[in-house]
Design a protein around this ligand. Sequence first.
Ligand SMILES: CC(C)(COP(=O)(O)OP(=O)(O)OC[C@H]1O[C@@H](n2cnc3c(N)ncnc32)[C@H](O)[C@@H]1OP(=O)(O)O)[C@@H](O)C(=O)NCCC(=O)NCCS
Length: 313
Amino acid sequence: MTWYVRRASLRDRDALVKLCTVSVGPDDYVVHFLDDMILKEVVNVALGGDGRAIGMMAYRRCVDGAAWLGQARTHPDFRRQGVARALVDSFVGLARASGVPALRLWSESTNQEAIASFTGCGFKEIARFARVVGPSARGKAKAAPRTFDEDLWRQIAGSTIVARGRGYVSHDWTFVPATRPVAFVLVSQGLFRAWDGNLFTIARPSGDLEQAFAFTMWSGRPSELLSEACRQAAMVGRAHVETFLPHDRDLLAEARRAGFEPGSWGREAIFCELPVTAATFTRRVRPTYGELAGQRGQGHGHGDALGWARWNG
Ligand SMILES: CC(C)(COP(=O)(O)OP(=O)(O)OC[C@H]1O[C@@H](n2cnc3c(N)ncnc32)[C@H](O)[C@@H]1OP(=O)(O)O)[C@@H](O)C(=O)NCCC(=O)NCCS
């Protein structure tokens, strides 16, 4: 079986809708985001010999400079033939060329095919998270925006919540390391909120009131953080609140007590990473025969005005 991988454009939209429908079902959520993904992320498509789309995967940058892979779909007739592996490889190449140090993704613990495929590609589990969803609640919000200082960093570095996520937290539908630079970036985006030893981030504001209010606990008392998030959600007109918690019995019990329930997806998200070694490109110093011919005005010249001078100057 032969196929090749290239970047998808909006022209591939219908073919990708078909692929999602046959891979996951007519209600695959990816269909609703395809246009945005194609325009704002890198979506690669694997094409079979007849030009049919048989696989896809999306790539986008995380706030810490790593990249996030998602929306892997392989046509059921072409599974276990290395299609997802070829798509991952295409992104390893992209990451290497652009100095991206790691690729990350998550998969449901129940998705055996995905786990087998990604571990087969070299991804290693880092931590498990659970997505929980709760109702918003009226009441006076307590938290205020928080700026960056060493106290903030000390609080994060000593956080038992962060430790339970093996040093990672959720942000913008990815997981990122809770490092000083990441905290600094999120502070500069105005996303940290704090009060009385409690610290959390909110998602970047979106105008869509149908969406749940997404937040991440960074440090403090989980029960207070969860209740505060419900109040903050009500304040901005959202009916629901959601977060990824480290998959920890005590934290999940706290969430249940605060009125949160496991989400319909992301109940046990296995978060994985694949380190990428940076490429060391050497600059080409010799011209090709085509370039030499172009310089002399013979053969298949490119009309390159610089010609030989480009390589000697
Ligand atoms: C997950 C999915 C994208 C994998 O795609 P795929 O093209 O079949 O995966 P690949 O063939 O590239 O897998 C590479 C390796 O993973 C392993 N693997 C993949 N599927 C496997 C399975 N069902 N059982 C055991 N190992 C498996 C193998 O090691 C395989 O290499 P090998 O066949 O040479 O041994 C595909 O099953 C799919 O579209 N599932 C539905 C959508 C989905 O769940 N997406 C993932 C969301 S995180």
